[in-house]
Each structure stands twice: as structure tokens, then as C-alpha cells.
Design a protein around this ligand. Structure first.
Ligand SMILES: Cc1cc2nc3c(=O)[nH]c(=O)nc-3n(C[C@H](O)[C@H](O)[C@H](O)COP(=O)(O)OP(=O)(O)OC[C@H]3O[C@@H](n4cnc5c(N)ncnc54)[C@H](O)[C@@H]3O)c2cc1C
Length: 329
């Protein structure tokens, strides 16, 4: 592949409450890998009403951070985001455009691809640079099949799954450059009339470093509270299988799996979870997996680093007591 005209890698750094989100920062790692091949540099792009804080946090991870900022870039104003991204591509002429595989990341990159008449690759979990062209690994059918994808169109456009690339090490802060974008009322095809905040706190499983998940094997809402206690002691987030949710032990936003969330924490503790394919497809990107199940033949043990054969209702309190004793000691 000829990179002589396009060298730099542009990364859309999505933000939440003034902070760049994890999958955006992790995309900078893939961007650095690509930049090593193209001989270019990594440029972050922030789009928002006020990028001040996010720019300061992002700068140590990129050679340059472009900041498209202003009232037009309110939450939900995705048309303006697409416009800013397209203008940043026109200015930087990148070899690749990367973003986190979030709803916003997927939408803006897909619309960018339509405008640039280039190909987009979504939900990338790995990147190989061994051949002439970058090769992207994409899971299909809930992760039961992994597909290797190449694209010859430049710029390459891809969204990367959270947790599959590590956050890069901080270096000397890159230059933060204001990136003015002209946005007029005619640029908006969708108008956000009102934004209603969900009253219930959504479980942030995608960013969690520790997840303690409970399945049908917990047996009752009372026992499921043990899963919540262990998560609390470890500073983690509660995950669940579909049957645990259907039993009403925990709300639906905690579901991990094919029809739930795709997670990749550093530590995943599965309690009373059998390890059905539909659940595994949501958590096999986890770093270290501990499984507690009283059936030693349970498939969850095939993906576990540590397997505990036993009754979770007895094992979890013992784990909590041991963790607390070690902390106090
Ligand atoms: C289209 C489709 C989409 C789906 N999407 C999802 C999804 O997103 N997420 C999801 O999780 N499921 C999903 N499912 C359901 C999935 O197929 C499984 O039924 C489900 O994951 C099983 O949940 P479980 O492990 O809690 O229950 P079970 O399979 O019933 O397993 C319970 C386990 O607990 C163990 N156990 C029992 N008592 C104890 C105890 N006291 N201590 C320790 N272990 C104990 C048992 O040995 C058993 O292995 C989907 C299914 C379909 C068809």
C-alpha cells in the first residue's frame, strides 16, 4: 500500500462529561501502530461545546489535538459532528480515521464513509500490520466467528471495540489546536428538541475494569445481593446473564452477552454462570476470568483463568471476608 500521500492517523476522541472516553483513548494505541507503518503522526479530534478539560487529558497521548468547539456541538447534534469530522479529514488528509465502537462513533464514521465514498470497518478487536495492508479482526455472530478484513480504500475508517487495545502511555503533551468549523442551521437534518436524562443510573459495564457477574445459579434475589457485595468490595460493576435479569434480580442494563453489552474488563468474576455461547460472546475480551460454578463440567471453565468448583452462595462471602482481612492486615 502506498502511504506517500496519506500518512497521519486521525482519531475521533469522543467525550463524556468533559473526559475523553476510554475507547477513544484506546484507539490512539491502534493509531500509533498504524502511524508506525505509514510514517505519520497521530492527531486526536475533539468535538464538543467545551473541550478544555478533554483536550488537556488527551494531549499527552497524541502528537496534536484538534479542538472543534462551540455551541453547535451539543449532545445529539450528530450532523455537526459529521461535518467537523469531514472537515478535519479534508485538512489532515489522513491514512486512517479511527473512533471508539460506540453508537456515536459508529454513526459518525459510517456517515463519513458515505461522504468520502470509502469503506468502513466496525467493531474491530485486533489489528495486524504484518502484511502490506493493515488487517482488522472483526467478530461475527456474537463472537463465534472472527473475520479478518482488509480495505484498499483510503482513508481507512474503523471503529474499535472498548477494552481490546490498551490505553497508550502518556508522552510529552501534543499541541492543542483550535479547529474552527462553520456550522449553519441548514447543516442539521435532525433537531434535538429536548434531552431527557434517565433517572436510573445506567450501569457503565463497557468502561468497568472489574465486573462481577451473576447467573441463574445464584438462585434468588437474596443470593444475588452477594454478587453486588463482591462488586462493591472490589470497586467493580455488576453484570448478569439473561436469566438473572428475567428473574428480576437486577435491571436489564446489567446484561452481558449477545443481546446485552460487550465488555472487556481487566477482571471478570462469573458466579453461577454456565457459560452459554450467548453470554461468552459478550465477555471473552476480559483480561482475567474467575468462574465459580458447582458443576465442574460447566463451559464457563473453558474460558476461565481460575475455576472454583463450589456453591457460589458459600464461596462469595468467603472471598469477601478474605479480601477484607487482607486489606485490614
Ligand atoms: C438470541 C439469544 C440471545 C441471548 N442473549 C443473551 C445475552 O446477551 N446474555 C446472556 O447471558 N444470555 C443470553 N441468552 C441466553 C443464553 O442462551 C443462556 O440461556 C444464558 O446465558 C444462561 O444463563 P445462566 O448461565 O445464568 O443460566 P444457566 O445456563 O441455567 O446456568 C446456571 C449455572 O449455575 C450453576 N449453579 C447452580 N447453582 C449454583 C450455585 N449455588 N453455585 C454455583 N453455581 C451454581 C449451574 O451449574 C449452571 O452452570 C440468549 C439466548 C438467545 C437465544
Amino acid at each position: 500500500m502506498d502511504w506517500s500521500n496519506r500518512k497521519d492517523i486521525l482519531v475521533f476522541l469522543e467525550q463524556k462529561e468533559g473526559q475523553p472516553i476510554r475507547s477513544g483513548l484506546e484507539s490512539l494505541t491502534a493509531a500509533k501502530m498504524l502511524a508506525g507503518k505509514t510514517g505519520g503522526k497521530v492527531i486526536g479530534l475533539l468535538i464538543g461545546q467545551d473541550n478544555g478539560q478533554a483536550a488537556a487529558v488527551s494531549a499527552p497521548f497524541a502528537a496534536q489535538v484538534l479542538s472543534a468547539q462551540g455551541a453547535a456541538f451539543s449532545s445529539g447534534a450528530n450532523d455537526a459532528f459529521v461535518l467537523a469530522l469531514e472537515q478535519a479529514v479534508q485538512q489532515t488528509n489522513p491514512a486512517a480515521v479511527l473512533a471508539g465502537n460506540t453508537p456515536l462513533g459508529r454513526e459518525v464514521t459510517a456517515r463519513l464513509c458515505a461522504r468520502l465514498e470509502t469503506a468502513g470497518i466496525q467493531d474491530v478487536i485486533a489489528l495486524s500490520l504484518e502484511g502490506d495492508m493493515p488487517r482488522w479482526t472483526v467478530p461475527l455472530y456474537g463472537g463465534t466467528i472472527l473475520q479478518e478484513v482488509e480495505s484498499e480504500r483510503l482513508p481507512l475508517v474503523a471503529t474499535l471495540r472498548s477494552g481490546c487495545f490498551v490505553k497508550p502511555l502518556a508522552g510529552s503533551p501534543g499541541e492543542i489546536t483550535a479547529f474552527p468549523v462553520e456550522v449553519s442551521a441548514g447543516d442539521f437534518s435532525v433537531k434535538v428538541r429536548e434531552t431527557v436524562r434517565e433517572i436510573a443510573q445506567q450501569a457503565d459495564l463497557e468502561s468497568a475494569q472489574v465486573i462481577v457477574a451473576g447467573g441463574r445459579g445464584m438462585g434468588s434475589a437474596e443470593n444475588f445481593a452477594l454478587v453486588e457485595q463482591l462488586a462493591q468490595v472490589l470497586g467493580g460493576v455488576v453484570g448478569a446473564t439473561r436469566p438473572a435479569i428475567e428473574a428480576g434480580w437486577v435491571s436489564r442494563d446489567h446484561q452481558v452477552g449477545q443481546s446485552g453489552k460487550i465488555v472487556a474488563p481487566a477482571l471478570y468474576i462469573a458466579c453461577g454462570v454456565s457459560g452459554a455461547a450467548q453470554h461468552l460472546s459478550g465477555m471473552t475480551g476480559s483480561g482475567y476470568v474467575v468462574a465459580i460454578n458447582q458443576d465442574e463440567e460447566a463451559p464457563i471453565f473453558d474460558v476461565a483463568d481460575v475455576g472454583i468448583v463450589g456453591d457460589a452462595v458459600q464461596v462469595i462471602p468467603a472471598m469477601i471476608a478474605e479480601i477484607q482481612a487482607r486489606r485490614e492486615g
